[in-house]
Design a protein around this ligand. Structure first.
Ligand SMILES: Nc1nc2c(ncn2[C@@H]2O[C@H](COP(=O)(O)OP(=O)(O)OP(=O)(O)O)[C@@H](O)[C@H]2O)c(=O)[nH]1
Ligand SMILES: [Zn+2]
Length: 205
């Protein structure tokens, strides 16, 4: 991976102008994935040495754009915008649809889940990795942004580990809320069971 540099920073008003965020593109990522950094200055007064709150958000077209109830991505993205807009920090919107397998393959995996396979088994049935994401790119984006220490908004311990392995200091893990509904309960439960996501809700027996 060659070193990333910032290509362009552009202000975008969001939520009818209530939230202002700076969208940041990068040069030097040879994957051609067009990962995006989004900077929120923070509406609250900052204390001396306050660390940025950072969310690595993997793309989920069905959840982020269309509010799918099969996962928790849309609600997590909304929560991240709310919280980071308050305290200041970054969303790194990573183009890793379907945990890296892509949208069409995710739909194939959903079809298998409808036959009873869980979210990770379904990927494996398709001869794809159960989670194909490499968060090293996020570390490179943070370095390009001049950020070496973060508070990380996630329930996924692997994100923190991969950032640390790539030279980013994760000072604190900040959990997101658990956005559970009747459609995504098993999916959330499986993330906690198989990938040790820190989700605290009454498990299904
Ligand atoms: N392959 C596959 N991908 C899914 C499925 N449901 C959601 N995704 C993708 O999973 C990604 C989100 O990852 P998750 O494992 O839900 O959560 P996470 O981002 O690792 O953890 P948090 O930081 O706590 O949200 C997005 O890219 C979604 O498109 C599924 O059933 N199969
Ligand atoms: Zn999703």
């Amino acid at each position: 991976m060659s070193e990333l540099t910032i290509k362009r920073r552009v202000m975008i008003p969001m939520r009818a102008g209530d939230v202002m965020a700076e969208f940041i593109s990068f040069d030097g990522d040879d994957s051609g994935k067009e990962h995006i950094g989004i900077y929120f200055e923070g509406t609250q007064e900052k204390s001396e040495g306050q660390l940025p709150l950072v969310r690595l958000h993997s793309e989920c077209l069905t959840g982020d754009v269309f509010g799918s109830g099969r996962c928790d991505c849309g609600e997590q993205l909304d929560e991240a915008i709310d919280r980071i807009n308050e305290v200041g920090g970054y969303i790194l919107y990573l183009r890793q649809e379907g945990r890296g397998i892509g949208l069409y393959a995710k739909l194939e995996a959903y079809a298998l889940q409808d036959k009873g396979y869980d979210t990770y088994e379904a990927n494996e049935m398709l001869h794809l990795p159960d989670d194909g994401r490499d968060f090293g790119i996020a570390a490179d984006m943070l370095k390009a942004l001049g950020v070496d220490t973060v508070r990380l908004l996630t329930n996924n311990p692997d994100k923190a580990k991969q950032l640390a392995d790539n030279g980013i200091n994760v000072a604190e893990l900040v959990p997101t809320k658990v956005h559970v509904n009747q459609h995504n309960r098993l999916y959330l439960e499986t993330k906690a069971k198989r990938k040790f996501h820190t989700l605290t809700f009454e498990p299904i027996k």
